[in-house]
Design a protein around this ligand. Structure first.
Ligand code: GLN
Length: 495
């Protein structure tokens, strides 16, 4: 732990402090929002050139509210969230210099709560990827080991939080894009129930799966931020009017007697044994805190994967048809006619993974193939949802791995999309069913972080955060900080 326990301790104390601690210092006048933003900006300046976690910097404005729940707390947005007047690229050349003309609801709410935007985080193009190597703005390095990927698609967000460039960052999770990078970077991430956080102004990938959430150092920090982001939004027809509980107030509840379901099929050959050991040790901690383990059946992770990689591209092919060179974004030079404008704009503006998915999705939806592919995949989606429902008759929450392996090396899966897709085998089923899921740091394998996944019933984010917080009272994985070249401020470095 840091020996510094006040803002007088300098940047090292600030960057490792919880959001609650920062709020106390700000409220007591021991720290100004300006000084806090400046401390993180200095870190971004010195450390981010090595990581490439941010696509754009945003000049820190005075907080819109000085007494809101996040007043003065700096953060980064995944560059998929529109914030009026800021460049919003979605990791794509297609939107390379597009400036959002309006605010996403998430941005509007965070601004109203007083949070201070410092940058837009790197991501896989249009949120398609598991390694952040699909960004038009270059790959992101994992702060724990720069030879490793940070995960994706919210890889910039996870790397920025892990490197302490911001106290928290937004992310989105369509098939694992909050949980997988959080696991690879040793930070805490929550993907809420589908409909919990408004999708208005969040650039669409696969609309029936996309869900915004948060990546931060701890469950307690996630609870604070999610409370500000969540809630009904009349501008998003799929947003839920279910009341948002006080997530922070719920953190301290006992987990005595809680029934934790362990999906036995997830601890198979597909799982790296060292990752399995770390996850098992985390489950033992939950047991020591009073929880009870129940073996459950979730037989269809591979079916879920196949269904997702058909349905998500199908939805993407439709969502991405708006990028045609006419309305906004990139336009090719000197088109000779309308057809040429469409063709060259889209072939120059999109990267190869995005094109692959548009092709797959368009094919799957084409007349004659619809029943064979799309309809079958929808049935599989229903089946996966039913299996989760059945599992939740026996347990209150599910615990397991986030990923089959720790972060892989950059370039390792570049020529093999199918192998890349397998990285999502434990996260995707959760998106098919629209359930909330969390990734919690649970140890290291060869110096690379490993995550514990917690999955809840619909709208049970409060319980996930409570269980994760209770776990984080017993371990200190989430307090570890990577040692980064050029970093002067880390006196509690690891490894
Ligand atoms: N890795 C998955 C994909 O490539 C999930 C992405 C996401 O959640 N946005 O589609």
């Amino acid at each position: 732990m840091s020996t510094n326990d006040s803002p007088q301790g300098g940047d090292a104390a600030l960057i490792n402090a919880s959001i609650a601690q920062l709020k106390d210092w700000l409220a007591a006048g021991e720290l100004s929002a300006n000084d806090l933003a400046a401390a993180f900006e200095r870190r971004i300046e010195t450390i981010d050139p090595e990581l490439n976690s941010l696509i754009s910097r945003v000049e820190a404005n005075a907080p819109a509210s000085t007494d809101g729940p996040l007043a003065g707390i700096p953060y980064a947005h995944k560059d998929i969230f529109c914030a009026k007047g800021t460049r919003t690229t979605c990791g794509s050349r297609m939107l390379g210099d597009w400036v959002a003309p309006y605010d996403s609801t998430v941005h509007e709410r965070l601004s109203q709560s007083g949070a201070v935007l410092l940058g837009k985080a790197n991501m896989d193009e249009f949120a398609m990827g598991s390694s952040n190597e699909n960004s038009h703005f270059g790959a992101v390095a994992n702060p724990w080991d720069t030879a490793a990927v940070p995960g994706g698609s919210s890889g910039g967000s996870a790397a920025a939080v892990a490197a302490r460039l911001v106290p928290f960052a937004t992310g989105t999770d369509t098939g694992g894009s909050i949980r997988q990078p959080a696991a690879f970077c040793g930070v805490t991430g929550i993907k809420p129930t589908y409909g919990r956080v408004s999708r208005y102004g969040m650039i669409a990938y696969a609309s029936s799966f996309d869900q915004g959430g948060v990546i931060a150092k701890s469950a307690a920090d996630c609870a604070l931020v999610l409370g500000e982001m969540a809630g009904f939004d009349p501008k998003d027809s799929t947003s839920s009017d279910e009341a948002v509980p006080d997530y922070v107030a719920g953190l301290d509840g006992s987990i005595e007697g809680l029934r934790v379901g362990i999906p036995k099929q997830w601890f198979s050959d597909a799982l790296d044994p060292a990752v399995g050991d770390a996850v098992t040790a985390a489950i033992d901690e939950l047991r020591a805190a009073g929880a009870r383990m129940v073996e459950i059946d979730l037989p269809d992770a591979d079916i879920a994967l196949a269904a997702y990689y058909l349905l998500a591209p199908a939805e993407a092919s439709s969502n991405l048809s708006r990028f045609d060179g006419v309305r906004f974004g990139y336009r090719c030079e000197d088109p000779k006619d309308l057809q040429d404008l469409y063709e060259r704009t889209r072939s120059e503006g999109f990267g190869s993974e995005v094109k692959r998915r548009i092709l797959v999705g368009t094919y799957a939806l084409s007349a004659g193939y619809y029943d064979a592919f799309y309809r079958r995949a929808q049935k599989a989606r229903r089946l996966v949802t039913e299996h989760f429902q059945r599992a939740f008759d026996q347990c209150d929450l599910i615990a397991g791995p986030v990923t089959p392996t720790p972060a892989f090396d950059r370039g390792a899966h570049s020529d093999d999309p199918a192998k890349m897709y397998l990285e999502d085998i434990f996260t995707i089923p959760v998106n098919l069913a629209g359930l909330p899921g969390m990734s919690v740091p649970a140890g290291f394998v060869n110096g690379r972080p490993v995550g514990l996944q917690l999955i809840g019933r619909h709208f049970d984010e409060g319980r996930l955060l409570n269980v994760a917080h209770q776990y984080q009272q017993r371990v200190d994985w989430h307090e570890r900080m990577p040692s980064i070249a050029g970093d002067s401020a880390n006196d509690n470095r690891e490894g």
